[in-house]
Ligand binder design. Structure first.
Ligand SMILES: NC(=O)C1=CN([C@@H]2O[C@H](COP(=O)(O)OP(=O)(O)OC[C@H]3O[C@@H](n4cnc5c(N)ncnc54)[C@H](O)[C@@H]3O)[C@@H](O)[C@H]2O)[C@@H](O)CC1
Ligand SMILES: Nc1ncnc2c1ncn2[C@@H]1O[C@H](COP(=O)(O)OP(=O)(O)O)[C@@H](O)[C@H]1O
Ligand SMILES: [K+]
Length: 496
């Protein structure tokens, strides 16, 4: 699914209105109907609902939502904050339609702001994507009062006061919703850690905007949903006469004294991703551990007891993964230095392989094109050599890094962002905080290396691997709960 900026979404609305054809008023009705459908599936008519509206089209949505819920016999109170002299045309039209049904409570000064009871629901339709300046005055007071209440808050399209495509100032006063129900496509802010408390649990509802516009309009941002991933047509079916040679031979290099578990986890995930053969190079202290815990893997023990030091002969391997548990010993650095120019096969760099690259930045120029780097935010900061100002700055640095080095970077976290060498970004839709546990990233390295080994092109291996890793994590969390989840559970739930 493509992710669009607010100006693009506005153009998308206009295109749909011009080409469907449909009036903007009808589109507002359609959007609000989709919201109400989502709402009624979750909340029954015993609750008290406060719809708090502004005077733009987001407020217009609020008025329609209020009307539709009244028609369904919900207990609805509608408030309008008078923040401008007149409302948008569609707001005014819907205000007129509401009049015979109920009294609208106007909030024109601070004393008009109601108390929102603990058990009630607040539907936030104050401001949407038309936000043009920070909220101030009694509009900000209303937001503050809603936030201070214990009511359940549901934002229409986007939380009032939250900017969709650019960072907010720390001082901005913004609704902190429990849920955001957004129209047609997620906003960029929804996949940024800094906006988390201004988004809550979010869901996109389809309002039938033009498919032709979406198809024809370019964007660097994508959201990897199940249907998007299915388009890669990566099959889990095997041909009857397939043999282990049909699925490639992976080489993983990692582990050091005390961190053999990391490379074992990667190895296990790599095997479960479907490779035909796997060889694992570890220091000698890892030999017994690996052979005992994973008899399916072949071991290539280094002469060194504690760390990896020897450049393996990489001929014959379909793909390489290096980094989990690797350590940063000077001998291991030497290995990496000598290995890099020899690599002709697709390669994944993770963990300490990335840290070594960060500390010896001249090595970055030796990365083969389309290599896959899988840093978590701290590792990415080290690779950059400097921190970012905010999440949007981080994304732009990520795009620039991938373009400059012609590599694929999977910046891990909730909504892992995969940056391609052409600057496009794919935000992942799967995964959960249960995966914030040691070893989860090692599993991802194994999965992506395994996909590369089977001949899947690097950009697909990265996007698909990240998606399937998160999906396996979601299945694991269902079984073990989020706190109970450990990295091995992700491996046990693998399969697609
Ligand atoms: N056809 C469409 O365009 C559709 C739009 N929809 C809704 O329309 C919304 C966007 O509508 P609008 O563009 O009218 O935007 P808003 O509803 O966000 O309101 C913008 C108005 O508020 C004012 N404003 C902006 N920031 C302010 C601030 N901080 N304090 C006080 N006033 C402020 C602006 O000057 C403008 O008059 C979407 O979020 C969505 O909810 C939906 O109805 C779906 C269809
Ligand atoms: N809150 C979260 N939501 C979704 N996925 C998460 C979350 N926290 C961590 N993960 C995933 O778990 C993995 C953690 O990787 P990493 O930090 O490298 O762990 P480790 O180094 O211990 O293996 C990443 O793939 C990341 O996307
Ligand atoms: K809103």
């Amino acid at each position: 699914m493509k992710l669009f900026t607010v100006p693009q979404i506005r153009a998308w609305d206009a295109y749909t209105i011009a080409h469907e054809p449909i009036s903007s008023l009808q589109l507002m009705e359609r959007a609000s109907t989709a919201f109400v459908k989502w709402f009624c599936e979750r909340f029954d008519d015993r609750c008290t609902i406060n719809v708090v509206c502004g005077m733009g089209n987001n407020g217009g949505d609020g008025l329609v939502i209020g009307r539709l819920l009244l028609q369904k016999c919900y207990n609805v109170h509608i408030f309008v904050v008078k923040h401008s002299a007149g409302g948008s045309a569609d707001f005014e039209a819907n205000l007129a339609r509401l009049h015979p049904m109920t009294t609208v409570h106007w909030i024109t000064e601070s004393t008009d702001i109601p108390h929102f009871a603990q058990q009630s629901l607040v539907i936030d339709a104050l401001l949407g994507s038309g936000l043009s300046r920070p909220t101030q005055g009694f509009l900000a007071e209303v937001i503050q009062k809603i936030n201070d209440s214990s009511a359940t808050i549901i934002a229409v399209d986007i939380a009032s006061g939250l900017l969709a495509d650019t960072p907010n100032a720390l001082s901005d006063i913004i609704i902190k919703p429990d849920y955001t129900v957004s129209f047609q496509c997620p906003k960029l802010a929804f996949v940024q850690p800094q906006s988390a408390e201004y988004v809550g649990e979010w869901q996109v509802v389809d309002i039938g905007l033009s498919a032709a516009y979406a198809e024809a309009t370019a964007t660097p941002y994508f959201f990897s949903t199940a249907s998007f991933i299915n388009d890669f047509k990566i099959s889990n079916r095997r041909k009857k006469y397939a043999h282990k040679g049909s699925f490639g031979h992976a080489l993983l290099i990692g582990g050091s004294y005390g961190k053999i578990g990391a490379i074992v986890l990667s190895s296990k995930a790599c095997l479960r991703s479907g490779v035909g053969l796997l060889t694992v190079q570890t220091p000698r202290c890892g030999y017994d551990i690996l052979q005992t815990s994973l008899p399916e893997a072949m071991a290539l023990p280094d002469w060194h007891w504690m760390v990896n030091t020897t450049v393996p002969n990489i001929d014959g391997y379909s793909a390489v993964g290096i980094g989990p548990g690797l350590g940063k010993d000077p001998l291991t650095l030497q290995l990496l230095r000598e290995l890099l120019p020899k690599l002709t096969q697709p390669t994944v760099f993770d963990a300490d392989a990335l840290n070594l690259l960060s500390e010896h930045r001249e090595l970055l120029t030796l990365l083969p094109p389309n290599s896959i780097l899988t840093p978590h935010p701290k590792e990415f900061q080290r690779l950059l050599g400097r921190p970012w100002q905010d999440d949007f700055d981080k994304l732009s640095l990520l795009q620039t890094f991938a373009q400059q080095h012609q590599v694929i970077v999977c910046l891990k976290g909730a909504h892992t962002a995969v940056a391609l060498p052409n600057g496009t970004l794919y935000f992942n839709s799967t995964g959960n905080p249960g995966m914030a546990t040691g070893g989860s990233g090692d599993v991802l390295t194994g999965i992506i290396t395994g996909l590369l080994t089977q001949g899947i092109p690097p950009h697909q291996a990265a996007i698909f691997g990240v998606y399937q890793h998160g999906a396996a994590g979601d299945r694991a969390a269902q079984k073990c709960t989020q706190p109970g989840l450990i990295a091995s559970d992700i491996i046990n739930e693998m399969g697609w």
